[in-house]
Design a protein around this ligand. Sequence first.
Ligand SMILES: C[S@@+](CC[C@H](N)C(=O)[O-])C[C@H]1O[C@@H](n2cnc3c(N)ncnc32)[C@H](O)[C@@H]1O
Length: 218
Amino acid sequence: MSADDSLVTARHFAYLAERTRGDDDFLRQLKEAAAEVGIPKIWIGPAQASFMQILLELQRAKDVVEVGTLAGYSAISMARALPDDGHVHTIELSPKHADFAAEWIARSDVADKITLHRGAGSDVLATLPPISADAIFLDADKSGYPAYLAEGLRILRPGGLVMADNAFAFGQLFDERPSDREVGAVRAFNDVMAKEPRVHGCIVPLGDGLWVGVVEGA
Ligand SMILES: C[S@@+](CC[C@H](N)C(=O)[O-])C[C@H]1O[C@@H](n2cnc3c(N)ncnc32)[C@H](O)[C@@H]1O
């Protein structure tokens, strides 16, 4: 097998997930409660959460911005990787999701490290000050990603971390007739990221494909 080949199968994912820190009781309960009230189970997996925590710790990130809160799982996970004076600003459009996340963030061990912003990603990102964040995580409507990236490049500090989920388009990246209407937007964003000269990025084959990039110029 050459260095250009890759061999990552569902079995490999299961293997690595078994060897990665999993959810604690609180996060398990959060997911159960979210499912009970009909919130879709589209949160990131525990192995991806661990990987993102490691990236944030390596970067010594303090200020993180997230687009797409859902039930609060990833926001709580990321906040746990930050120092005491660190903070996650997370943005959610759906009132139902925001109400649930607000309740569970308030009950979490990192309640004072998370601010939940209600509204559309583009509207809220525009209110955040320039050069004020160490990392941004995009995990919402895929057609919005190019605009979120543009805002992210305004908000992030030099050397800031860009993470964007679902680069593999819900497993339908190469489907000729994908059933998910966001696949085209994912493909378009992947090309935007690949060509963005200010970001040195790479798709990490974890979960549904995670873009990880560093803003050049640190
Ligand atoms: C995949 S889920 C986020 C999962 C979450 N990051 C996690 O892993 O725990 C996507 C979320 O983005 C929200 N969303 C969709 N469009 C949005 C927009 N324009 N602005 C902000 N949030 C949006 C959805 O309501 C949904 O809750």
